[in-house]
Design a protein. Structure first.
Length: 395
């Protein structure tokens, strides 16, 4: 971007494509084909924005300076400059909510953890609940009544889903505003008009956690589980013994296991907190691993029966519970709660931070800023106690 005050002779001689500054937010843009047009460029909310002031053939240098002065005056009053009538019009395609959502996903998904899954959940939620009202609507025409129409049918009945959809709609509209495709107004903000239209969901909706098995049942349940044949049953046994999440177990590979030190080095990309986690392996957990077939280094430990070489599916371990005729609603993730409750009630000598570290929970605040260790040796003793408790009915 060339910076100098312009004059008519200079403008007539300019041939090289680029933007040439006249100072005070006014620029002359020279296109690849030699075309020349005026731009007013300013900064707002941390990003550059521009307004076209027309072609140099129709708008003189003095007229462009006069218009730029008007726009600067508007900015001093906190008013966004309008798109001038003589400006180069933006392309009309790509202005619907559905189109902007796809653009947003393509530009942001790679920064998310597990981008393919996150993208699918994001797209499907908006397609199922928002597209009927917002999908084909120009983003500049979407108002709070439209957002309310999307959310009100599910605000009380599917409140967690509705909250996610509210946030996602807000993100797409903010993205559109950053592209100057709609007013920079946050329709979904907390405390705004939308909150006045929607009922107080917290008074009628109780957030339900993952159903967990009472820890007292584990000594009977684990031997029954170990009596079943199959990779999914072994994966569930390993999940229980390590208090890990299902994704971490499904994506575990042989090269993450240090048999000599009895450690599972779970990489950051598999962890919810985005931080690598060392898991001490009890003799029971090592026994599960050694019983698994192993073809070569680097493969997944728990391989899908229907897709050789691929990890277990999301529902494989849940299917094991169904085959065991569990009708109490216990979930796979609930076994982490079972472990945490057992520690709280049966291991009174174990500090809270040890139990939280075993679950790979991130400690926040001042405590998190100063705590750098992972209590590994103490956690090893805890996991061995947990394994012994899970098989105590066998003794």
């Amino acid at each position: 971007m060339k910076s100098t005050q312009l004059n008519v002779k200079m403008i007539d001689r300019l041939k090289e494509p680029g933007k040439y500054s006249d100072g005070r937010n006014l620029y002359l843009q020279v296109g690849p084909n030699g075309s020349k047009s005026w731009l007013f460029i300013y900064r707002r909310m941390g990003s550059d924005r521009m307004r076209g002031l027309g072609s140099y053939r129709h708008v003189s240098l003095d007229e462009a300076r006069e218009k730029a002065a008007e726009y600067r005056a508007l900015l001093r009053q906190g008013i966004e400059p309008p798109v001038a009538r003589g400006a180069v019009k933006k392309k009309e395609e790509g202005r619907t909510f559905a189109q902007l959502n796809e653009r947003y996903l393509s530009e942001h998904k790679d920064s998310w953890r597990d981008p393919d899954k996150a993208e699918s959940l994001w797209r499907n939620s908006l397609r199922d609940h928002a597209y009927a009202i917002l999908g084909e609507k120009d983003v500049k025409d979407i108002d709070v009544k439209d957002v309310h129409a999307v959310l009100s049918p599910i605000w009380l009945t599917k409140h967690p889903t509705a909250k996610k959809i509210r946030w996602r709609i807000g993100a797409v509209l903010a993205y559109a505003a950053a592209l100057d495709l709609r007013p920079d107004v946050d329709l979904t903000r907390t405390g705004g008009k939308l909150d006045k239209l929607l009922p107080k969901a917290k008074r009628v909706h109780i957030v339900k956690g993952h159903d967990s098995m009472p820890y007292q049942q584990m000594p009977e349940f684990v031997p029954e589980l170990r009596g079943r044949v199959g990779v999914a049953a072994a994966a569930l046994d390993f999940l229980i013994l390590t208090a890990a999440r299902a994704k971490e177990v499904r994506l575990a590979t042989w090269d993450q296991i240090d048999f000599k030190e009895a450690v599972w080095n779970a990489p950051e990309e598999n962890m919810k907190a985005g931080r690598a986690h060392r898991v001490p392996l009890s003799p029971d957990a090592i026994a599960v691993l050694k019983a698994m077939p192993r073809d070569r280094d680097g493969d997944y430990i728990f391989i899908s029966a229907s897709k050789p070489g691929e990890p277990l599916s999301d529902m494989a371990m849940t299917a094991v519970l169904k085959r065991m005729d569990r009708k109490d609603g216990v979930t796979i993730h609930g076994f982490r709660s079972t472990f945490r409750t057992w520690v709280a009630e049966e291991c009174l000598d174990v500090p809270r931070e040890i139990a939280e570290a075993a679950l790979a929970h991130t400690v926040g605040g001042v405590e998190g800023a100063y705590q750098r260790g992972d209590y590994f040796n103490t956690r090893r003793a805890l996991m061995e106690r947990w394994a012994a408790y899970c098989r105590s009915a066998e003794q």
